[in-house]
Structures are given as structure tokens and as C-alpha cells.
Ligand binder design. Structure first.
Ligand SMILES: [Zn+2]
Length: 148
């Protein structure tokens, strides 16, 4: 009792060839599985941050952890608001009337392939929209998850 019988295997013993199965303590097995799960968990976390990439050239442009909101409206559809962006080029500033009021924005594009990705909020004039200043909009259709 309290043992686990492993798979049958052919094994040459001193007294000849036998089909045997290893027997191990079931308590040890639970411990072994527990250990394996912990190692796996560690591996999953060490893969690194979840990245979003340019849809065109897979240049890394944003981190999943930097998403403030996924409920924004871009030019072509759904867009995400990010607190940070990387590997992008910020274009000239211009005033633009958006659904939420007047904003100073600058278009952003991929630093590698120049694909337009969205825009940066340089300034919001409405007090309620101030939280967007310095933040980035990425069009959902322009970015892809990088292997996750
Ligand atoms: Zn690109």
C-alpha cells in the first residue's frame, strides 16, 4: 500500500532478463509532482514581460503591463492606451478635435518600418482628460501579441 507502480520495462538483471516495474512511495511521487509544478511555474514567470509588437515588422513597441485602458477608439477601431511606448517615432504636434474634446496630439509610428501605429497625447485641454497627457494610443489592429 501507499506505493506507485511505474510503467513496465524490460530490464537485464544479474539473474536474467525480466519485465519489471519500478515501485516508489506514493508520498514521494506527490512531492515530485509538486516540485515539478513549482519549477514549471518559475519557468513560466522567467519568460519575461508580455510584449506587443508592430504588426508589420515585429519591432517591440509596448508592454502589456503598461496598458491603462483597452476601451479607446482609434481611427480604424478599438485602440489601447499605454503609459509607455518604445521603439517608436513621435511626429509633429498638432491640435485635434477628438470625441473627448480638444487635444494636442502627435502621430506615432514604428521606428523600424515607419508603420503608423497610433498617436501620443501631448496635451489635453479638458481637466477630465488630463490623465492622458504623455500617454500613447496604439491601434489594436496595428499591434500584435509577441508569443503569449
Ligand atoms: Zn514596424
Amino acid at each position: 500500500m501507499n506505493v506507485v507502480v511505474g510503467p513496465k520495462i524490460g530490464r537485464k538483471l544479474i539473474t536474467g532478463s525480466y519485465v519489471v516495474a519500478d515501485v516508489m512511495c506514493s508520498e514521494d511521487l506527490v512531492g515530485a509532482i509538486d516540485h515539478a509544478l513549482k519549477v514549471f511555474d518559475k519557468m513560466a514567470h522567467s519568460i519575461g514581460p508580455r510584449l506587443y509588437s508592430c504588426c508589420n515588422c515585429r519591432n517591440h513597441v509596448g508592454l502589456h503591463d503598461d496598458i491603462i485602458s483597452k476601451a479607446f477608439q482609434g481611427r480604424t477601431g478599438r485602440a489601447f492606451l499605454f503609459s509607455h511606448a518604445m521603439n517608436i517615432v513621435v511626429g509633429p504636434k498638432e491640435d485635434r478635435h477628438l470625441l473627448t474634446g480638444l487635444h494636442t496630439v502627435a502621430d506615432i509610428s514604428c521606428a523600424d518600418c515607419n508603420e503608423p501605429l497610433g498617436w501620443k497625447y501631448e496635451r489635453a485641454y479638458e481637466t477630465s482628460q488630463k490623465y492622458k497627457e504623455g500617454k500613447f494610443i496604439f491601434e489594436k489592429a496595428k499591434i500584435v501579441k509577441e508569443d503569449w
